[in-house]
Ligand binder design. Structure first.
Ligand SMILES: Cc1cc2nc3c(=O)[nH]c(=O)nc-3n(C[C@H](O)[C@H](O)[C@H](O)COP(=O)(O)OP(=O)(O)OC[C@H]3O[C@@H](n4cnc5c(N)ncnc54)[C@H](O)[C@@H]3O)c2cc1C
Length: 371
């Protein structure tokens, strides 16, 4: 791939696919490069979409599992869990391989030129080096978009901020015997399994996902062994219901809030690369779509007016100010370091006020501030 384009988008996760599609729909020439050879391999997300995303974005519904309205929160000893039911459909789990491919088809129809198996290798002025399946190549672009995940290379090449506050997550995906009871999202607050975060089972009757996440240096016997331990006794998912392991997923999750410096006159960052993840819930799918909308709007303006300084409107510091509450709650969660403290935190959670607060976080309308 040698040539010239308006925008080079690096990374075909949801953030890159959405930004590229929006820009192409606005009439710009867009190259999207992805280092993975296929979009259905090496998936790094459970794929839980929240109600607000399902309401606001046109996702390919054929690749979304059944709605989930029930969340069960467990203390470390799993006794007396807190059950929260919503009267609305709160979550749906994406079948992410086909969902990425359907999203890429939509991008291609909008005119995006997608190159798989192509790694971004750096830049000199407006010329960007790529490693393609057939050898090195170069592309000239007026702007570059870093949609290349939590450890963004584009951020480094543009001299922008980079994620420093990361947790890591891993999960196993199982085929199951089919629906038994209502689709349920089980969350276990136990720092011996998920230090600084939660262990989870999402069983929507189509697939079951069993995962753990937390601060990497706090897993006493390593994350993979901890995941195995949790999977052996995962709540709501007896071994008899699992008909086979489909895949194992994992990756870093930035939880330090949106980065301050996410744009320069040469380009900008979206998705995990920009730290666009809720610091509390670690959900990044809704934030990456919302921030991508703003990124496309700002780039469209800069391309139409020929003014690079318009990218200053893409201001991470201003957006970050709206993360204060979530950053405080993240700090609170990170301080739950012992099972005893986790158990103690269930005392207020079992009160009406505690249940109402949990409902606001889990069933609320504010997964990410609208930019
Ligand atoms: C285990 C786990 C479970 C999660 N579960 C959920 C969930 O259920 N719900 C939720 O809302 N959030 C979840 N998250 C967070 C969410 O998945 C991410 O925030 C979101 O997927 C980020 O999308 P993205 O497009 O920014 O990044 P990514 O999906 O990471 O995409 C980045 C892409 O860039 C490519 N790339 C990287 N470097 C280069 C390069 N040099 N050249 C070319 N391509 C490159 C990568 O291959 C990748 O495809 C989870 C995260 C993890 C790790």
């Amino acid at each position: 791939m040698n040539g010239q384009t308006d925008v080079l988008v690096v990374g075909a996760g949801l953030a890159g696919l959405h930004t590229a599609t929006r820009l192409a729909e606005l009439g710009h020439a867009v190259h999207l490069v992805e280092r993975r050879p296929t979009l259905s391999g090496t998936i790094r997300t459970t794929g839980i979409f929240v109600r607000r995303t399902l309401d606001d974005f046109d996702l390919p519904t054929a690749h979304l599992g059944p709605p989930i309205r029930r969340v069960v929160l467990y203390p470390p000893d799993r006794r007396r869990p807190v059950v929260l039911e919503s009267d609305r459909d709160e979550y749906r789990v994406g079948d992410m391989g086909p969902l990425y491919e359907a999203t890429a088809d939509r991008a291609a129809r909008a005119g995006v030129h997608l190159a798989l198996g192509t790694r971004y290798a750096g830049r000199h002025l407006d010329t960007h080096a790529l490693d393609t399946p057939t050898g090195p190549a170069a592309v000239r672009a007026r702007f570059v978009v870093g949609a290349d995940g939590a450890r963004s290379h584009v951020a480094r090449h543009l001299g922008l901020d980079r994620n420093r506050h990361l947790i890591v997550g891993a999960e196993e995906v199982y085929a199951t015997t089919g629906p038994v009871g209502p689709p349920t999202f089980h969350c276990v607050l136990d720092p011996s399994l998920a230090p600084g975060y939660l262990a989870w089972v999402v069983d929507d009757g189509a697939h079951a996902h069993v995962g753990v996440a937390g601060y990497p240096d706090r897993f006493s016997c390593g994350m993979v062994r901890t995941l195995d331990r949790f999977a052996a006794s995962a709540p709501g998912l007896p071994a008899a219901r699992r008909t086979g392991q489909v895949e194992r997923r994992g990756g870093p999750i930035p939880v330090g809030g949106l980065l301050r410096g996410i744009a320069s006159p040469d380009g900008l960052l979206v998705g995990d690369a920009a730290g666009a993840v809720s610091p509390l819930t670690a959900g990044g799918l809704d934030p990456c779509l919302r921030l991508s909308e703003l990124a496309a709007e700002v780039l469209d303006d800069a391309l139409r007016t020929g003014r690079r300084d318009r990218l200053a409107r893409y201001d991470g510091a201003a957006l970050r100010a709206r993360f204060r509450g979530r950053l405080l709650l993240r700090r609170g969660l990170s301080l739950v370091r012992t099972p005893a403290l986790a158990s103690a935190s269930f005392v207020p959670l079992r009160t009406p006020a505690g249940r109402a607060a949990a409902r606001r976080i889990l069933f609320g309308d504010r997964s990410f501030p609208t930019p």
